[in-house]
Design a protein around this ligand. Structure first.
Ligand code: GN1
Ligand code: MG
Length: 356
């Protein structure tokens, strides 16, 4: 079926008139649908090889967006459709996704005059920190239990195991190159240090909370004046350590360059962004964070470059089966980039501790 006909399965206002690609996510395929009605829409093909339980996925997303919408409405917010995503039901059912048995699709309202950025200033980072902290705060009293849309998504022990399996299999024969082997040695050296969160959790010292788990800088929408509108890309909202949201924002926003820049001399951890983001985050999340969570925020800033490095590298060794790539060595460039970022973040830990 053509994408425009898939859009027609949803309860749109008006008729769809055109479909064109939107955004640059590494997992789902996203399109903008224009119509002859008052709104445009976002049509997304859900990658169901990765999100295998689409029913659970959409249930989570509805629970989260309805809860936030109700809170904002109660607080007197007027611009609700720009402050929280709104997913549409099908024409003939309350379900918020459509499937032909092979592919899975959903539609949300397109938010007009909204912008996402691949890089932000300290000022924007401060607002983003506040907004992500707020997002977590609003979900602390979510009545429904959320399932894990990707089980153990940010579990570093699992990610390390997957790396060991990828090394063992060397499916694409990429371990033959000395610099690739060297990356294995680099990563294994820090495995113990980086799996500290899972140990703290088992000892009962670290809680799981509902987190966004994909707080890449480009998942925050701003209006034309730089005010935060809302958080997008809600597929991975699930119980996790708060380190996920703190760490993944900094992994993308505090890097001096993009996560896949092959020139690693441009990579580095920007402490100005760290300072501004932490300030915003602690202003909104500080009220519910425990001392252990706060103490470990510098660890989180190192953990996410490390975990992403492990994930990109495992995918590279597996022959590029998970992330979309634009050229054959893309995952290798991402790996080197995230390794350089991890090293830079680690050097800055004393400065981070001093700031916090
Ligand atoms: C993926 O879909 P996107 O591009 O927002 C990935 C994240 C990674 C990110 C790396 C479900 O996010 O975990 O951090 O790529 N999402 C999933 O850029 O694996
Ligand atoms: Mg995204």
């Amino acid at each position: 079926m053509e994408t425009i006909d898939i859009a027609r399965q949803f309860a749109l206002e008006g008729e769809p008139t055109g479909v064109k690609p939107l955004g640059n996510g590494l997992i789902n395929d996203t399109f903008k649908v224009s119509t002859n009605g008052p709104h445009s829409y976002v049509l997304q093909r859900i990658n169901n090889a990765i999100f295998q339980d689409v029913d659970l996925l959409q249930h989570n997303i509805s629970a989260v967006t309805n809860h936030i919408r109700a809170k904002l409405a109660a607080a007197g917010e007027k611009d609700l459709d720009r402050k929280v995503l709104k997913f549409l039901p099908l024409k003939d059912s309350p379900k918020t996704y459509w499937t032909d048995g092979k592919t899975y699709w959903r539609v949300s309202l397109f938010i007009p005059d909204a912008f996402t950025y691949e890089a932000v200033t300290p000022e924007y980072s401060y607002y983003a920190g506040k907004a992500f902290g707020n997002f977590e705060a609003m979900l602390t009293d979510l009545p429904e239990k959320l399932g894990e849309t990707i089980p153990d998504f940010h579990n570093m022990e699992l990610r390390a195991r997957q790396l060991h399996e990828a090394i063992e299999a060397d499916a694409a024969g990429r371990l033959a190159r000395p610099e690739v082997r060297e990356m294995v040695d680099n990563l294994l050296k820090y495995e113990d240090e980086m799996t500290a969160a899972e140990r703290l959790y088992r000892e009962g010292k670290l809680p799981k909370r509902i987190c966004h788990c994909d707080t890449k800088v480009n998942n925050m929408m701003f209006d034309a004046d730089g005010n935060v509108l809302c958080v997008i890309d809600l597929d991975t909202v699930m119980p996790s350590f708060v380190f996920s949201d703190f760490g993944d924002f900094l992994r993308t926003a505090a890097n001096f360059t993009a996560e896949d820049d092959p020139d690693t001399s441009k990579v580095g951890f920007n402490m100005e962004i760290f300072k501004a983001f932490s300030k915003g985050y602690l202003e909104s999340a500080g009220v519910f964070l425990t001392p252990i969570e706060k103490e470990n925020l510098p660890y989180a800033a190192c953990l996410f470059p490390y975990m992403q490095c492990v994930r990109f590298f495992a995918d590279y060794l597996n022959g590029d089966t998970y992330y979309k790539i634009k050229y054959p060595e893309h995952n290798w460039d991402r790996t080197r980039n995230q390794w350089a970022l991890f090293c830079s973040a680690r050097e800055n830990v004393p400065a981070m501790k001093a700031l916090l």
